[in-house]
Design a protein around this ligand. Structure first.
Ligand code: RAM
Length: 539
């Protein structure tokens, strides 16, 4: 199902002072020169999986000559985000025709086996990272103007001429990120799998931290509120780059829909623009993002300035999105609330739960500012919404919450009702265990939703199970070759894509970086999990 929103005559409300604050906080990116590690071949095995084999060392490149039909794949050894350059020379009697080459950049090897002409998804094909170049004069150092996200770079020689062959050298990626990973202390677990999961999570976040918290450096390369909330949480236990969070908060607050609703997504280039997409859950997340930021940074000025807009998102939902029974009105198949990319997922009950969840943070914000009238009002609203949620969505017979007219049972609905604390801890625990047992057909397909599931398990004091699920899911991605964590991962369907074709899936996606947060916040330093971590003396 294609999911986007286009508003003709889109009107925005701008707070220039906020946008100016955000502009001043634009980071200067750190740059590093990265060279490929070696050359490889990528071929399909009998199961259709990509198999990578090392074919040559980089020093061997100086004696290689490439002609029409030749392909060479450079492996940079890890995921990179940056600007690539290389030098091409002609060897032979005369350089009598331009060199004609095709470049392909891939985050995972499977992308190199795909034929972009066969792409039939609903997102723009322009996200596929390939380019065709004519090199008119050789020797020449090509500095590719586009930023790529990749580990593998393939150069295919479409043509030279019978009179010359190509020699390639100086292949370089100028890596860019707003942060440095070397500043982060390793997790230090006895369990190597957890160390890997943590390290890859942090690498994923680092590659997404550019001029804003990008959702993915391959695609969409922009700031989404839902992704931002999770990225900021991981950032507080790792890079601690408060300025970038502050910048992104002020961007969302600095330009909204004309009626004050916050956009789901923000474009920071070529100029600052809020997207004409409103997602109820994402807008509500402005409350937890602001609270988390205040809690981590102690920046009261920002809290004060942005508080009205944060609680404003709650008010807008209460005033415009509920029916007379205090239930969120289901907007069906339109792109109105996200939750997850699962096919056919009904969002109604989940949206109700996110509203309750956001109110909890609204209360914290109001308390921190001494706005007790608002605290009371929000507490009252929360009780009404919880009661309505149980009355409308709880199905005693099934022992689970249902959603929408079709009374659909999904994982997302249960998880969000738990995170909303609609039930007490014991009943929530029963619910999550029962959900595991029943395994509803409408499952979870993104690391984003899996994060909330693991978070719900932790909230129900099922930390061992949470850890096991984290290892199974994120560990599964590692076993499947992840250098950075992916946008979509369905262990039962590796070709799963919300976009109708996996070629535009992103394989370094910010919302999948949360294990570093969960591990560092809930497990490290926790007595119960002491044996998972090496003591300081052992290091
Ligand atoms: C996709 C991206 C992004 C997400 C939105 C809802 O475009 O994956 O990360 O937040 O969907």
């Amino acid at each position: 199902m294609s999911a986007f929103s286009i508003i003709e005559d889109f009107r925005v409300k701008t707070n220039q002072a906020f946008l100016d604050k955000a502009a001043v906080l634009e980071p200067v990116l750190n740059r590093r020169t990265i060279k490929p590690k070696y050359m490889v071949s990528v071929e399909e095995d009998q199961y259709g999986e990509a198999v990578v084999r090392k074919t040559a060392e980089m020093w061997e490149l100086s004696s290689m000559h490439f002609r029409k039909g030749n392909k060479v794949v450079f492996d940079f050894g890890d995921h990179q985000v940056g600007y690539v350059s290389f030098t091409a020379e002609a060897l032979g009697s005369h350089f009598d025709a331009p060199a004609y080459i095709r470049l392909k950049f891939a985050e995972v090897p499977a992308e190199l086996m795909e034929d972009s002409d066969a792409y039939d998804g609903w997102l723009s094909k322009s996200w596929i990272q390939e380019d065709v170049l004519h090199l008119d004069i050789l020797p020449y150092t090509e500095k590719l103007p586009r930023r790529y996200a990749f580990r593998y770079m393939q150069i295919e020689i479409l043509d030279t001429s019978p009179k010359y062959s190509l020699k390639l050298s100086n292949i370089i990626c100028n890596y860019a990120s707003a942060v440095e990973m070397s500043s982060i202390e390793p997790l230090g677990s006895e369990d190597e799998m957890l160390n890997d999961i943590d390290r890859i999570s942090i690498k994923t976040l680092m590659d997404c931290m550019q001029k804003v918290f990008e959702d993915g450096p391959k695609r969409d390369r922009r700031l989404w509120l839902g992704d931002f909330r999770l990225q900021a949480r991981v950032n507080y236990v790792t890079f601690k780059n408060f300025d970038m969070v502050k910048r992104c908060l002020y961007l969302f607050a600095g330009m909204t829909f004309h009626d004050g609703r916050m956009g789901a997504c923000f474009f920071h280039e070529p100029d600052l623009q809020v997207d004409d997409t409103y997602l109820m859950d994402y807008a509500l997340f402005f409350c937890p993002v602001l609270w988390d930021y205040y809690e981590a940074s102690g920046d009261e000025e920002t809290l004060q300035e942005l508080y009205p807009q944060a609680v404003g998102q709650i008010n807008i939902c209460i005033e415009t999105m509920l029916d007379e029974n205090h239930i969120v009105i289901d907007q069906g198949e339109t792109f109105w609330c996200f939750l997850d990319w699962g096919e056919g997922l009904n969002k109604q009950a989940g949206a109700q739960a996110v509203l309750i969840y956001a109110i909890r943070y609204g209360i914290r914000l109001a308390r921190a500012l001494g706005d007790y009238e608002r605290v009371q009002q929000l507490e009252k609203q929360m009780d009404i919404l919880k009661k309505a949620a149980v009355e409308t969505f709880w199905n005693e017979e099934l022992g689970m919450f249902v959603s929408g007219n079709e009374r659909q049972v999904s994982w997302a609905t249960q998880v969000w009702m738990i995170l909303a604390r609609v039930f007490n801890e014991e009943k929530s625990r029963e619910l999550i265990l029962h959900t595991q047992q029943m395994n509803p057909e409408i499952s979870m397909v993104t690391p984003y939703m899996y994060h909330h599931y693991v978070d719900a398990l932790i909230q129900c004091k099922e930390e061992e199970k949470a850890l096991a699920e984290m290892k199974r899911y994120w560990g599964g991605m590692i076993k499947d070759g992840a250098d950075t964590f992916w946008e979509v991962y369905n262990p039962c369907n590796k070709q799963e894509s919300p976009y109708g074709c996996a070629m535009v899936n992103s394989y370094c996606h910010a919302w999948s970086c949360t294990p570093a947060y969960l591990l560092r916040k809930f497990y490290k330093g926790n007595e119960k999990f002491k044996e998972l971590f090496r003591s300081v003396d052992d290091r």
